[in-house]
Design a binder for this molecule. Structure first.
Ligand SMILES: *Cc1c(COP(=O)(O)O)cnc(C)c1O
Length: 455
């Protein structure tokens, strides 16, 4: 039996609410769970981003933060840790992942540019498209089959990538990306072989290769568990090898940095680093803090190493699997196998009577909140669907509801409660109604959209 490799030093009460209250709050929130107040949520599985619990070592390191504007000792600690793990020459801190994205794509993006990936995360895609460039996803074909078990469903389709480069010419493709683990593709890992071959293909055409490495430690753990030749390597050795194939990476340290905020760009490309530092100073802050308090860099320097600890990773991945198993025992369709940071309910199978353009995932997420005060997030056509100019609707590849597990926050008893809540929703699933959007913003509409039930 696995148990938590830590004991609990500080506790925080969680709100318990009544059903009628939640019905009212959700209506006030325009049926968008992002508009709920966290005081009205019992178990919050909206995201694993910046929601983890820090260790006593991280809190004590923060006290030692050197708040100097320039040349802070905390930056050099952070830089050393990131350089040790990634091997990259230039380490540029940002306040979170999307700031790193905005900076990189304002250098490499722009009108007419095409940027392929296994699957771009929502903010990555938005930051690419905001510059006028176009984002392309080439998930491996098996990734689209939610009930088929495979070791590395996060892989990019290498043949598609190469023929894409050939069709569009390398001049139009400023970089190739890989997201590890593949968040929007179900938190599924990418194999070392796939990372290496993506690197080979990119470099054959002289195109830089960057890793979106938010969950590099979880990905490294899966490689150790599943890929031949890595059984007896340490997690940090595997992580180092992953980064060795790339020219740079973008990180949201709110994930495997085990921190509540932070991010970075790290790269070997001098020219890009130079341009990035200029933009950093204009928009984020000086090069030795990049929009963070220096104490945050201290928390990151400790957190990034804690995330590579094998007993932590084993607990983490097993806890996600635990929730997946409990849902499966109750007959609830989920994306298989469970990934690194979340369990994904397959909304197309949960409510087959609700078509994509009526946002089945959102209907389920709303009902889960009403049923038990559990907050989840739709990853489907509300997040990724598009209305074409012709007026027709292009759905997302998947209709999912993501249950993201914050790091070191909830116990398995909390997750059993979640499984029972979802079980109750599943039992009356045929009563769930489709939804429509009544307001949407031009980018990342899911964050601020207003919705209504279709009567
Ligand atoms: C969270 C995330 C980002 C964006 O990072 P933020 O810190 O939320 O801005 C980018 N890519 C992936 C894969 C992520 O999970």
């Amino acid at each position: 039996m696995e148990f938590e490799p830590f004991r609990i030093k500080v506790v925080e009460p969680i709100p318990i609410t009544q059903r009628e209250y939640r019905v009212e709050k959700l209506r006030e929130a325009h049926y968008n769970l992002f508009f709920l107040r966290s005081d009205d949520i019992t178990i919050d599985l909206l995201t694993d981003s910046g929601t983890g619990a820090m260790s006593s070592k991280q809190w004590s390191a923060m006290f030692d933060g050197d708040e100097a504007y320039a040349g802070s000792r905390s930056y050099y600690k952070f830089e050393e840790v990131v350089r040790n793990i990634t091997g990259f020459k230039h380490i540029i801190p940002t306040h979170q992942g999307r700031a790193a994205e905005r900076i990189l794509f304002s250098i490499l993006g722009g009108k007419g540019k095409l940027i392929p990936s296994n699957t771009h995360f929502d903010t990555t895609r938005a930051n690419i498209e905001y510059t006028g460039a176009t984002a392309f996803d080439f998930p491996s074909p098996i990734a689209l089959k939610t009930d088929e078990i495979a070791d590395f469903k996060g892989n990019i389709d290498l043949d598609k990538l190469e023929s894409f480069i050939n069709t569009h010419t390398k001049e139009k493709i400023p970089l190739v990306m890989l997201t590890v683990t593949n968040n929007s593709g179900g938190g599924q890992p990418v194999s070392m072989e796939n990372i290496r071959k993506t690197s080979e293909i990119s470099h054959k055409y002289g195109i830089p290769f960057f890793i979106d490495c938010c969950r590099f430690a979880e990905n490294a753990y899966f490689i150790k568990q599943r890929e031949q030749g890595y059984e007896s390597k340490s997690i940090i050795e595997i992580a180092k090898e992953m980064f060795s194939y790339a020219d740079g990476c973008l990180m949201s340290a709110k994930k495997d940095g085990l921190s509540n905020t932070g991010g970075f760009i790290a790269t070997n490309l001098d020219q890009i680093a130079e341009q990035a530092r200029v933009i950093l100073i204009v928009t984020e802050g000086f090069i030795t803090y990049g929009g963070l308090a220096r104490r945050d860099l201290e928390a990151l320097a400790v957190g990034l190493m804690e995330a590579l600890d094998e007993s932590y990773l084993s607990y983490r991945i097993e806890q996600v699997k635990f929730l997946g198993n409990e849902l499966q025992k109750r007959g609830i369709p989920i994306l298989l196998p469970t990934g690194g940071h979340a369990v994904y309910i397959d909304a197309s199978k949960f409510t087959p009577h609700i078509p994509s353009h009526q946002f089945p995932g959102q209907a389920i997420a709303c009902e889960i909140y009403i049923e038990g005060g559990v907050r989840t997030v739709e990853i489907g056509s509300l997040m990724f669907g598009k209305r074409k100019e012709s007026g027709s609707f292009q759905p997302s590849n998947f209709e999912l509801v993501r249950l993201a597990i914050p790091r070191r926050v909830y116990t398995n008893n909390h997750l059993l409660y979640v499984a029972d809540v979802i079980d109750r929703v599943y039992k009356h699933r045929q009563n769930l109604k489709g939804m429509k959007i009544t307001y949407e913003a031009p980018y990342l509409r899911h964050f601020t959209a207003h919705l209504e039930y279709i009567s």
